[in-house]
Design a binder for this molecule. Structure first.
Ligand SMILES: Nc1ncnc2c1ncn2[C@@H]1O[C@H](COP(=O)(O)OP(=O)(O)OP(=O)(O)O)[C@@H](O)[C@H]1O
Ligand SMILES: [Mg+2]
Length: 279
């Protein structure tokens, strides 16, 4: 089912000469995980802000084309209510913290209070989130005392707390170590199992290969490649557009000169090599 639809969308920031988004059309389906890749300044964050209605509402500028959520124009939704439909974690963890709460636990509760979740449900949910995001030792700390990576985990927990239909994560692992990065992707996978639709802007293509259904490649404000992860991430043509290949695909293409279907994950590679052994 199509959940979000962009039709020929272009956008220019106020006072800018160039379009930041240039003729983008895309359909986001319910329950899928989308990985968004592309060079710096290619328009990934801008596109996320268009989808969640912050552009043009907050940033002003000129937006043309149509943006639909559940078949209705995004502009027709109340922006406050819409924030409960589409959860968003910003690329900059330092802007994530509300600044009005003294502890991590209260910070997670803050968004829930704002959308009127009953106290009983909050008391039930918050300890589960603290456990899920490994925040036990941090829960009484001031959010401002946390490292960038810890803030990212708190920000993610605060979004999951609101139980939104769509979750947009703009470079959620940029400050995280490899283990916490894996955990974020495991949480993405768990959220997908709960029927959520997820858009994740991320440079780590090995993880995108494992966890995403579809890949969106942005270049200069346009979507230059869009399709199933196994197709996009095994196609060396993406290299010329700011994309990169998972290590596994690169190995099969460069070293094994594979011409058939290229595996993009380790488990696909093992399967393929075992198959080759058997024949
Ligand atoms: N608030 C703003 N005002 C004016 N121009 C902006 C603003 N934010 C982004 N831009 C411009 O819009 C274009 C797309 O930027 P955007 O931040 O969406 O790219 P991105 O792919 O998210 O980049 P990055 O990988 O660095 O996060 C760039 O040319 C950028 O300079
Ligand atoms: Mg960005």
């Amino acid at each position: 089912m199509s959940l979000i639809e962009l039709k020929n969308v272009s956008y220019r920031y106020p006072l800018e000469a160039e379009l930041a988004i240039d003729g983008v059309s895309v359909t986001i389906e319910k329950g899928k995980v989308y990985g968004m890749i592309g060079n710096n300044q290619s328009g990934k964050t801008t596109l996320c802000n268009i989808i969640r209605g912050f552009i043009p509402e907050m940033f002003l500028g000129d937006l043309t084309g149509d943006v639909f959520y559940k078949g209705k124009s995004v502009a027709s939704y109340n922006i406050g209510a819409f924030a409960a439909e589409i959860g968003y974690s910003s690329q900059n963890p330092f802007t994530q913290i509300s600044g009005v709460k003294d502890t991590v636990e209260e910070e997670i509760a803050y968004g829930m209070e704002n959308i009127g979740i009953p106290l009983e449900r909050m008391n039930e949910t918050i300890p589960k989130l603290i456990e899920l995001f490994h925040l036990e030792e941090l829960k009484a700390k001031n959010p401002y005392e946390l490292s960038g990576g810890q803030k990212q985990r708190v920000a993610l927990a605060s979004i999951v707390a609101l139980d939104p239909e769509v979750i947009i994560l703009d470079e959620p692992t940029s400050q995280l170590d490899p283990q916490s990065t894996e955990e974020v992707f495991k949480i993405i996978s768990m959220l997908k199992k709960r029927g959520k639709t997820i858009i994740v802007v991320e440079h780590k293509v090995d993880l995108l290969a494992e966890f995403c259904d579809e890949i969106i490649l942005m270049e200069k404000g346009q979507i230059v490649e869009f399709g199933p992860a196994h197709k996009v991430l095994s196609d060396p043509r993406i290299l010329a557009h700011g994309g990169s290949l998972p290590q596994v695909s690169e190995f099969f293409i460069t070293h094994l000169h594979e011409k058939g279907a290229i595996p993009i994950t380790m488990s696909q590679a093992i399967k393929k090599l075992k198959g080759a052994e058997a024949t």
